[in-house]
Design a protein around this ligand. Structure first.
Ligand SMILES: *[C@@H]1O[C@H](CO)[C@@H](O)[C@H](O)[C@H]1NC(C)=O
Ligand SMILES: *[C@@H]1O[C@H](CO)[C@@H](O)[C@H](O)[C@H]1NC(C)=O
Ligand SMILES: *[C@@H]1O[C@H](CO)[C@@H](O)[C@H](O)[C@H]1NC(C)=O
Ligand SMILES: *[C@@H]1O[C@H](CO)[C@@H](O)[C@H](O)[C@H]1NC(C)=O
Ligand SMILES: *[C@@H]1O[C@H](CO)[C@@H](O)[C@H](O)[C@H]1NC(C)=O
Ligand SMILES: *[C@@H]1O[C@H](CO)[C@@H](O)[C@H](O)[C@H]1NC(C)=O
Ligand SMILES: *[C@@H]1O[C@H](CO)[C@@H](O)[C@H](O)[C@H]1NC(C)=O
Length: 771
């Protein structure tokens, strides 16, 4: 299973690379997004549909209907449309002055590695009522199962009056209520595989929504495992589902349409547990574009960092105006042991709910079930590869296999169970299976093989999972994507980490719990892992903060979550902040951060100018009078970000100054002192080192100066700066490293504007081979 899922993940990477590199020919029409930036003035131009149709008419040959080719008319929150276009027509639109960019409809991926194990979410919090019920969480995902108990509206009042969304039932039995106040679906590629409605047949969207804001459900469990209460962070908040992912994937035109609606519908926080495998410019990335417009309207977007770890520069969704969430473990681990006939016990990691009782069963090694007529060998069959096995020898036995996707092979050959060996560093998540399977280390597998060969009647049993406590938690899990930031190396990403390993939450009863077609079981709760699961924890935490501070900006909420995060131990994650950013989320403390690093839309404009956008391109994007005049190319150091990153070219000097401004959101009269921790070879000064406030909302500025020697091939060096008033610790990590990107984003924006960057693509292909 592990490998089956990993393989399909890697082949998707590969396929999307091929697609990006391929050309479409001649008259073939494909969906493109013609993106025209923000509105010139507040409010929606009622003529946007007719003007977009007018643009289409000018470009389409006579006889081709503009209405037929139009897929979406964006315009509620920003300008543009999606349409079926030929290469020629794409070229014509690209040359139009008012068009910012023409983007192909690309497929993005959910950030869950399906069938990974789970651990329960057990936090109970004080509710901030009635304001919590005014908070609306918008989720872009696979849809939702409205009948799930997590979305019961018992005792809930009608939606807040600001709500302008709707329940798009698609003529099906889908219904909304006072908890699930809205649901829409987007299907630009006419995926025929599912009923056209916001109903979730995949499970993912039901899981993420209930994690963020589900109501408490007692007696939740996965076949008796992880039993307890399942609940979201903000059980009284409202949920609006925007279904952008179908069994075929999540298309960018649909994602943009969903942002356009969610912003105008009046959501407060947007949760996006999906992303692209390849880095792209902010304005070529539908999630960066959508979340930019959300930020302008005061809405924070929480994103998953991606499941491309542990490789460097694998992080996705790195726009500075949104939150990027890594995934870490919680203090519960699913252990399913193997007991041999000789009494030896081996620790396995698995979510195994199948009880084989106290008996033992015959045990064979995959390499002993070679199908010679299929041309297999002992080596091939030891991986239990489909088509390589003598199925008669498997039936009725437990089978020991090398790391691979053999579990489906063994299941279909009527094996009783499977013991799979895997590299130690992949044992940090558990998977669930269709029959008794557990995953052990390669060393233990060698001992078990020696036992099999030492006796004429080898027997074993695989035990039902036990829940063990994990003293190492939280640790960022191996699959969680790592920094540094591929586009802006001087903005640290990911921003923080949250639970994303073995998470139990609601599930669609139409979806199989393991993701296998053969698995006909139906569950209301499932245990899975991914940054898809950590993202809604942060969404929920952001909604929780919002319920206390309805008027805080997206940057203020983000700052509160980052500066109160609990520091992580670099001994457990050697890539340190590139794994966990500011640290482990602490929602209760985030309500009272003391100081915040605020930022406005203008601050992000300044940032974009410094990154190489000019006034012309900037205005096309923002649609307002913003200008890059007087803002030269520069580092991202002066964006008022709650963390600090200094990337140094190889052989360069570690020298930089960061200008920051903090806003007092704590007691009116307070005095903060700067506390600096840094490695001996970095000199860090904070000037002034004391900040005195006499009012709430008062702002004070300071500068952080970093001085170090010349750096060569320097991995991440971690320091931190904490403002402390005796009660509030406002902590920001500061990292220094030599740039490991194959390009320098700061100096050349245009050269990087194409999606399929070969250098990175080759790295990813390397992973496929390497794994
Ligand atoms: C929250 O849950 C924990 C453990 O589940 C329990 O010890 C604690 O008493 C609960 N707190 C409240 C306020 O219910
Ligand atoms: C609604 O339709 C779905 C899918 O067709 C079905 O599984 C579900 O049971 C129906 N729900 C109700 C309440 O009728
Ligand atoms: C061996 O492989 C052949 C060809 O794939 C297949 O037809 C046959 O059923 C297999 N034999 C057994 C015993 O599984
Ligand atoms: C702004 O940038 C665009 C794209 O790089 C370029 O085509 C244009 O000439 C630039 N405009 C100015 C005024 O420099
Ligand atoms: C912005 O541009 C509009 C015309 O597009 C102009 O009327 C307005 O005065 C400008 N505002 C500022 C602040 O420059
Ligand atoms: C803050 O300090 C000022 C001057 O020291 C004092 O006048 C004021 O009452 C204090 N405010 C609060 C809320 O303590
Ligand atoms: C600075 O110190 C850190 C550890 O404290 C070390 O990893 C790094 O290599 C040192 N860098 C230089 C340039 O000496």
């Amino acid at each position: 299973m592990a490998i089956a899922k990993m393989n399909s993940l890697f082949s998707l990477l590969f396929i999307s690379f091929l697609l990006l590199g391929s050309q479409s020919y001649g008259e073939e029409r494909k969906v493109y997004i013609v993106y025209m930036g923000g509105h010139t003035s507040e409010g929606v131009s009622s003529s946007s549909l007719s003007s977009h149709l007018g643009m289409l008419k000018k470009v389409l040959p006579s006889g081709v209907s503009a209405t037929d080719k139009l897929v979406y008319n964006y315009g509620r929150s920003f300008k543009g449309f999606a349409a079926r276009l030929t290469d020629d027509e794409v070229k014509k639109f690209s040359e139009m002055g008012e068009v910012v960019s023409v983007l192909p409809n690309t497929k993005l991926k959910l950030h869950t590695t399906r069938s990974w194990d789970f651990i329960g979410l057990t936090q109970n919090r004080t509710l901030r009522l009635p304001t919590e019920s005014d908070v609306i969480v918008g989720v872009l995902d696979t849809g939702i199962w409205p009948e799930s108990e997590s979305f019961s509206d018992s005792g809930m009042s009608p939606p807040p009056s600001k709500w302008k969304g709707k329940c798009q039932t698609g003529g099906t039995n889908f219904t909304c209520n006072n908890k699930l106040i809205g649901a829409r679906y987007y299907n630009s590629e006419n995926d025929p595989s599912e009923i056209k409605s916001p109903r979730d047949v995949e499970g993912h969207g039901t899981h993420t929504s209930s994690t963020a804001a589900g109501r408490p459900v007692g007696d939740a469990s996965y076949f008796g495992l992880a039993e307890g209460i399942a609940r979201g962070a903000v059980p009284e908040a409202r949920i609006a589902m925007y279904k952008v992912c179908w069994l075929s994937g999540c298309w960018s035109a649909d994602i943009l349409a969903a942002f356009d609606d969610a912003i105008a519908d009046g959501v407060d926080i947007i949760s996006v547990s999906l992303g692209s495998d390849f880095p792209s410019q902010y304005f070529e990335d539908p999630i960066a574009i959508g979340s930019y417009h959300a930020m302008k309207k005061g809405i924070l977007t929480s994103n998953s960092a991606g499941n491309g770890g542990p490789f460097p520069i694998s992080v996705s969704n790195y726009a500075p105006w949104s939150l990027t969430v890594a995934a870490s473990s919680i203090d519960r681990k699913f252990v399913s042991n193997v007991v041999l006939g000789n009494g030896n016990t081996y620790i396995g990691i698995s979510i195994n709910n199948f009880n084989m009782g106290n008996s033992v069963y015959p045990l064979i090694y995959g390499g002993q079930a070679v199908n010679v007529s299929a041309g297999s060998t002992e080596l091939i069959s030891s991986y239990c590869i489909d088509g390589s096995m003598n199925t008669e020898k498997i039936e009725g036995n437990l089978v020991l296999c090398n790391y691979g996707d053999g579990d489906e092979t063994i299941y279909n050959a009527k094996g009783l169970g499977m013991i799979m060996s895997v590299d130690d560093n992949l044992q940090d998540v558990a998977f669930s299976f269709m029959f008794p399977v557990t995953i052990i280390t390669t060393d233990d597998a060698r001992e078990i093989l020696a036992y099999i060969k030492s006796t004429s009647n080898p027997v074993a049993v695989i035990k039902v999972s036990d829940e063990w406590s994990d003293p190492l938690a939280p640790t960022v899990v191996s699959f969680s994507s790592r920094g540094p930031n591929p586009i802006t190396p001087d903005i640290l990403k990911p921003d923080l980490t949250a639970p994303g390993v073995d998470i139990i939450a609601s599930w669609s009863p139409m979806a199989s719990p393991t993701g296998y077609e053969e698995d006909k079981r139906s569950v209301n709760f499932n245990i899975i892992s991914g940054t898809s699961m950590s993202c809604p924890h942060v969404t929920g935490a952001a909604a929780y903060v919002k319920s206390f501070h309805p008027n805080w900006s997206p940057a203020a909420i983000k700052s509160a979550l980052m500066t109160t995060a609990i520091p992580m131990d670099p001994r457990k994650n050697e890539d340190a902040e590139f794994a966990y950013g500011s640290g482990h989320i602490n929602p209760v403390q985030a309500v009272d951060p003391g100081l915040v690093y605020d930022a406005s839309a203008q601050d992000y404009i300044t940032f974009l100018c410094a990154q190489g956008y000019n006034t012309t391109t900037l205005r096309q994007v923002t649609g307002d009078n913003s200008t890059c005049n007087g803002i030269g190319l520069g580092k991202a150091w002066n964006l008022n970000y709650p963390s600090f990153a200094l990337s140094v070219p190889d052989g360069g000097y570690a020298t930089g100054s960061f200008y920051r401004t903090v806003t007092n959101v704590g007691p009116p009269n307070s005095t903060y002192n700067a506390i600096v921790f840094s490695p001996a070879n970095l000199t860090i000064s904070v000037v002034p080192s004391t900040l005195t406030f006499s009012q709430v909302g008062e702002k004070k500025s300071f500068v952080v100066k970093v001085n170090g020697g010349r750096l060569f091939q320097q991995p991440i060096m971690s320091a931190c700066i904490t403002w402390f008033d005796g009660k509030h610790s406002v902590r920001s990590p500061l990292v220094v490293y030599t740039t490991i990107l194959p390009f320098d984003m700061d100096t050349d924006v245009t050269a990087l504007s194409s999606l399929g960057r070969p250098n990175l693509a080759h790295k990813k292909k390397g992973r496929i081979g390497g794994n």
